[in-house]
Design a protein around this ligand. Structure first.
Ligand code: ZN
Ligand code: ZN
Length: 216
């Protein structure tokens, strides 16, 4: 199994699986007041002691004390485990099962995604600085002097990291990126509690990984 089915998916399946409908598909039920009764499928009997309570969505047999919810009924009646009861009721209700990933793997995947996102955003900012910002003028002039066209700058998404030590730190703050994350991303460093950008007055060439994401 790839992971656990989330509790919310289970509740969604439960809500779509009325216990009277589900059990009523297996054998006939009779109304008795607010409940439904039947001959118990789990023990031999001549008068019905198997009760279904639609309000509470549970069944109970007063003869053999079998009882539970709709998932429990499927498990007992079909001789399957809990996951299989979830599968069958999901299929009956037309609900696609979503699995939770391993929480640790999920956490590290999310962190990696966040770091990628930060690199990507900062690469975009530095690129914009180089193309349009007044701070980028010296870098633009430098590239022009070396015969590098704006088209090439755009194609390779070259950027310019402004000279200020605080620039990246301030940018991160405006973007609400955590400083520790910025440090983990290798974009800021800290000394005696002061954070500063690691890249300053520099042309930046984004390094894309095989998926086209910015990694440095
Ligand atoms: Zn019974
Ligand atoms: Zn009982």
């Amino acid at each position: 199994m790839a992971g656990r089915v989330s509790q919310s998916t289970i509740e969604q399946i439960r809500a779509a699986s009325d216990i009277v409908d589900v059990i009523g598909n297996y054998f006939p039920l009779k109304r008795a007041g607010g409940n439904h009764v039947a001959l118990c499928p789990f023990h031999k009997e001549k008068t019905p002691s198997f009760n279904i309570n639609p309000q509470r969505q549970i069944y109970h047999c007063f003869g053999c004390h079998a009882g539970g919810d709709v998932f429990k009924f499927i498990q007992e009646y079909e001789h399957v485990d809990f996951m299989e009861s979830v599968n069958r009721l999901a299929e009956r209700a037309g609900i696609v099962l979503e699995f939770e990933q391993n929480p640790e793997a999920e956490k590290s995947r999310r962190l990696k995604d966040t770091l990628y996102k930060i690199h990507e955003q900062l690469a975009q900012r530095w690129h914009t600085v180089l193309l349009n910002d007044a701070i980028g003028k010296p870098a633009r002039d430098y590239l022009k002097g070396r015969g590098i066209t704006e088209a090439a700058v755009k194609e390779f998404r070259v950027g310019f990291a402004p000279p200020s030590w605080e620039d990246t730190v301030n940018w991160a703050q405006a973007q609400k990126h955590d400083r520790q994350l910025m440090e983990q991303a290798g974009l800021v460093a800290s000394k005696e509690g002061h954070y500063y950008g690691r890249f300053r007055s520099r042309l930046m060439f984004p390094i894309n990984d095989e998926q086209g994401r910015v990694i440095g």
